[in-house]
Design a protein around this ligand. Structure first.
Ligand code: GLN
Length: 205
């Protein structure tokens, strides 16, 4: 059966993820399609989901208003693989505050037991790229693109740290859930998207 992978297209870096995920599927020779999803109906049909980077406060408010927050939580808690990128990782968390303004009362999916500092590396103009590694998932070298990125300051005992940059946690995993502070869709390297697609494929079959 063909894989049905979605990119949450409420706000943020949707287009680049559609391309990276479809490229990953094609490179792996897996039968599947990637589409932009927004409504509870579209989300309910998915085998796997990417929550892209963008602005987590806006994404949270809009998904609450359009009714997709509930189904997102249900599907992920029932095992649907999810890749949360930057704002997407913030959405998955249960505890996020901004480096400057502190606690923002934003809607979160409350799925990953991690404490996050939003905008941890500074503003948009302080964006940077750096090599990072995710050895435990077979990706020893990856170009991390950090844009107003969060860092994770604490993880629950059930959450695996996948990567650190300058002693700060920048990628995590819990079962079928992956969160990254950096943007894999903004590099040519599809390794992380391929890892994720394999996870979706395994969990479906
Ligand atoms: N700083 C944004 C937030 O807090 C995330 C930035 C990003 O996704 N590139 O939501």
């Amino acid at each position: 059966m063909s894989l049905n992978v979605g990119v949450l297209s409420i706000q943020g870096d949707v287009h680049e993820n559609l391309i990276s995920a479809q490229t990953a599927i094609d490179e792996l020779g897996i039968d599947g399609k990637v589409t932009a999803v927004r409504t509870p109906e579209e989300i309910s049909e998915l085998d796997g989901l990417i929550i892209p980077g963008g602005e987590s406060t806006t994404m949270g408010q809009l998904s609450l208003v359009n009714g997709s927050m509930k189904i997102l939580k249900e599907k992920i808690e029932n095992g649907m693989p999810v890749l949360g990128i930057c704002a997407g990782m913030i959405m998955l968390s249960n505890n996020a505050s901004d480096r400057i303004v502190g606690k923002t009362d934003q809607p979160l999916l409350d799925i990953l037991n991690i404490k996050l500092e939003r905008n941890s590396f500074g503003r948009q103009k302080e964006s940077f790229e750096s090599d990072i590694s995710m050895d435990s998932i077979g990706i020893p070298k990856f170009n991390g693109v950090f844009i107003r990125a969060p860092s994770v300051s604490e993880v629950g005992s059930d959450v695996e740290v996948l990567s650190k940059f300058n002693d700060r946690i920048v990628a995590v995993k819990k079962g079928n859930i992956i969160g990254t502070a950096f943007h894999p869709e903004l590099t040519e390297d599809t390794a992380l998207h391929k890892y994720f697609i394999n996870l979706v494929n395994t969990s479906k079959n």
